[in-house]
Design a binder for this molecule. Structure first.
Ligand code: ACO
Length: 437
């Protein structure tokens, strides 16, 4: 790390001050304003945190202009091609790729933590059959905070590790229970003889009255999607987990807050919204009409799965998933998928349209992921849950990094107050309505 200084002049006093500029290993430098208020009596103002680095992190690096994504330094393209989700989970959580023994021990530990407490399973009965699975998953993950009192001392590194294995292992089980509850089918217990994604497919699609064989093509496709969704530095849900966790909150509750933040259509909920949008557009001939609606701001219509706060170029994950759609649909014998054809055409037309070109709006990770989930038979309301399963690894990695930092403090943004100035209380009988005043 190197540092130099940035000169800032106070227009009122004319005094000049020096603010340190800090550089990371790669990427733009940051201006360290942590002493701005103490030294100058002002705060910085950055709604939506568009230009604010909230922490130091060694986990994930994004160059949005170049379309680069690195997990612990490794390009996501290489990991997608050569690695597995379990290996990537280890990499994100522990900092380095595991050797063969470490991978076996880690996968074994995740495998041994897949069951959920039977009492927790009964929570699902409290939900209506048509409850959105993200609501169920968020509630049940938060409820896990009531179960592991013996092992959630956040200051104990071994407790932190047990928590991290438990949550990564149990998320697919909770997701599958939500799915089975929606269908009214009996819950299928996890199978520890299967790998992470095969077990998930088994819990989703097996029924007690028939034998079920996992399709290896489906398991491989899911594994790849999970690698691509595993982490994305300080996105809204990860920042939510960090913020909740910074209070010393129970880590299961902190992860639950991440699930809730992910659900929004501007974030992970976009994968579900993309499929709804493609169905709404319906046919290639209708694309110009919908692009017209995008340009009419009063319509509030956006192309879901397009645009990103950081990427002003192709989201590298979207490129991989688009290629994967061709392969997976062909292998599953579903290459005549009309929604995929429509999505390809929509991308093609939008990328030539001045509106999208001038705003640097490209397809993001969610534009094509729903097409693969749908080909795997996963219902639309479960798409964001799939995202949550993969991103749990990233949330855990960030929570671990934050909690083990000796300089961790509670996160607490400031504000620019624009409300009424001080005024005195008037008893109700003496108050005048606005019209009378
Ligand atoms: N369709 C149409 N116009 C868009 C879109 C879109 N998908 N995204 C951005 N724009 C326009 C905005 O209207 C704005 O135009 P203006 O300058 O004329 O007002 C301009 O592009 C900049 O957009 P902002 O909303 O300021 O960009 P921001 O960085 O705040 O938002 C976001 C990023 C939320 C992802 C946005 O692009 C969006 O809503 N996309 C659709 C939802 C989506 O796909 N979300 C998933 C993101 S990936 C993830 O979280 C996993």
């Amino acid at each position: 790390m190197s540092s130099n200084n940035f000169e800032l002049k106070n227009p009122e006093s004319g005094l000049t001050t020096s603010l340190p500029v800090r550089s990371g290993t790669i990427g733009p430098a940051v201006l360290d304003i942590s002493n701005l208020n103490r030294d100058h009596g002002v705060f910085s103002y950055d709604p939506a945190f568009a230009v604010t680095a909230s922490c130091d992190s060694k986990i994930t690096y994004i160059d949005g202009d170049a379309g680069v994504l690195l997990y612990r330094g490794y390009p996501v393209e290489q990991l997608a091609e050569k690695s597995s989700f379990m290996e990537v989970a280890y990499l994100l959580m522990y900092g380095d790729l595991p050797d063969a023994t470490q991978l076996q021990e880690f996968s074994g530990s995740i495998g041994r933590h897949t069951m959920i407490n039977e009492s927790l399973l009964r929570f699902f009965n409290g939900f209506h059959h048509d409850a959105h699975p993200m609501a169920m998953v968020s509630a049940v993950v938060a409820s896990m905070s009531a179960f592991y009192h013996d092992s959630t001392d956040i200051h104990n590194p071994r407790h932190r590790e047990i928590f991290s294995h438990r949550i990564v292992a149990k998320l697919p089980t909770i997701a599958a229970a939500a799915h089975k509850h929606s269908l009214g089918q009996p819950f299928i217990y996890p199978r520890n003889d299967l790998d992470y994604c095969s077990n998930m497919l088994s819990m989703f699609f097996a029924v007690p009255c028939e034998s079920y064989t996992v399709d290896p093509i489906a398991a491989k496709a899911l594994d790849l999607l999970f690698i691509l969704h595993a982490d994305h530095e300080q996105n809204a849900s990860t920042s939510t987990v960090r913020l909740a966790g910074s209070t010393g909150a129970n880590p299961y509750a902190a992860i639950s807050s991440g699930v809730a933040a992910l659900w929004g259509p501007a974030h992970g909920g976009a994968n579900e919204a993309v499929l709804a949008m493609l169905e709404q557009i319906g046919r290639v001939e209708n694309i110009p009409k919908y692009l017209g609606m995008v340009k009419d701001k009063s319509s509030h219509f956006r192309l879901m799965g397009f645009g990103h706060r950081i990427y002003k170029n192709f989201d590298p994950r979207a490129k991989i998933i688009r290629d994967m759609c061709h392969q997976v649909l062909a292998k599953l014998g579903r290459n005549d998928n009309p929604l995929f054809e429509l999505a390809l055409k929509l991308e093609d037309i939008a990328l030539k349209d001045e509106y999208f070109v001038s705003r640097k709006l490209y397809p993001n990770v969610d534009f094509y992921s729903g097409i693969i989930y749908s080909a795997l038979g996963i219902p639309r309301s479960m798409y964001t849950v799939m995202f949550a399963i993969a991103r749990t690894v990233g949330w855990v990695a960030h929570w671990l990094e934050m909690i083990s930092d000796p300089n961790m403090r509670i996160s607490r943004p400031r504000q620019l107050y624009t409300g009424p100035v001080r005024r005195d209380y008037v008893p109700a009988a003496q108050r005048k309505t606005l019209q009378e005043a």
